[in-house]
Write a protein that binds this ligand. Sequence first.
Ligand SMILES: NC(=O)c1ccc[n+]([C@@H]2O[C@H](COP(=O)([O-])OP(=O)(O)OC[C@H]3O[C@@H](n4cnc5c(N)ncnc54)[C@H](OP(=O)(O)O)[C@@H]3O)[C@@H](O)[C@H]2O)c1
Length: 297
Amino acid sequence: MKIMITGSKGQLGNELQSILKSGRSEIGEISPQYKGAEVIAVDIDTLDISDLEATDAFIAENKPDIIINCAAMTNVDGCETMKETAFKVNALGVRNLAMGAQKQGAKFIHISTDYVFEGVGTKPFVEWDGINPQSVYGASKALGEKYALSFNKKTFVVRTSWLYGYIGKNFVKTVRRVIREHGSITVVNDQRGNPTNANDLAHHLLKLGVTEEYGVYHCTGEGECSWYDFACKIAEYSGFENAVFPCTTEEYNSKYNVPTKRPEYSSLMNMGLICTVGNEMRNWQDALKEYISKVED
Ligand SMILES: NC(=O)c1ccc[n+]([C@@H]2O[C@H](COP(=O)([O-])OP(=O)(O)OC[C@H]3O[C@@H](n4cnc5c(N)ncnc54)[C@H](OP(=O)(O)O)[C@@H]3O)[C@@H](O)[C@H]2O)c1
């Protein structure tokens, strides 16, 4: 089996490679079908997915059985100022991969986000809820979803949120660094969602990849919290005391001049997984605790 991973140097790309290498995630073993799989790992320095011709030629030459797209412009505020790049990478780049996958007969696993939803509510969003993105990042990812599903028949669109992996930048590492450097951190307490360990997400992507259960999925850590609750647990598991303070989004945005509207409520329910391959996503606190016991910075 040949598995092509785009955005392989990012958080999720790294996690997938490490699980494929060892044959197991923190949740458990992956399918024996992946044993001996050839991994073709690419990132922007080797393949810019927004280049249609290059993407088409790369897929035709390498003939992957599964393409997992972890490449994206994930800088949410950057997307507001660099709309064209956001559109090229998060929408057209996905189209290019989906078209290449279709020609090759490959399965296509594409990662999307909670930002496709309007971000208000009190009940977790399920896969059939209507989308209504409020930011350029969310809109570009929403179009990417549409292209992924339209241009390749064998597509899985998997939405996740508040992702952290061992390699790369994320909120967990930022909280730990700020507390180490400044003694404390102030975090918004009025935006709620689901922290997701990239290792758990990667496990489920690989679980889906050996099936034909194509369609849209949510895959986030079990249980919801605010960014403040998340930061409190990060501090607690890292051994910091009295280091996290709450604020409102309004206070935070006016202090730091934040250009992007963030979802107030974007908790996702993993309904698609429950109904197909099974939802083994860990409770967000357990997954975080293991991560903090292993992460190096
Ligand atoms: N991080 C989150 O909290 C979060 C939440 C919800 C959904 N997601 C989605 O989950 C997926 C994985 O996220 P992640 O956190 O692993 O992302 P990440 O760490 O930012 O990795 C993305 C990778 O894609 C690369 N890339 C950017 N533009 C590219 C292009 N034109 N061609 C090829 N590669 C390109 C990036 O390179 P550079 O670093 O050089 O730009 C980076 O190595 C993405 O689809 C993201 O939208 C993430």
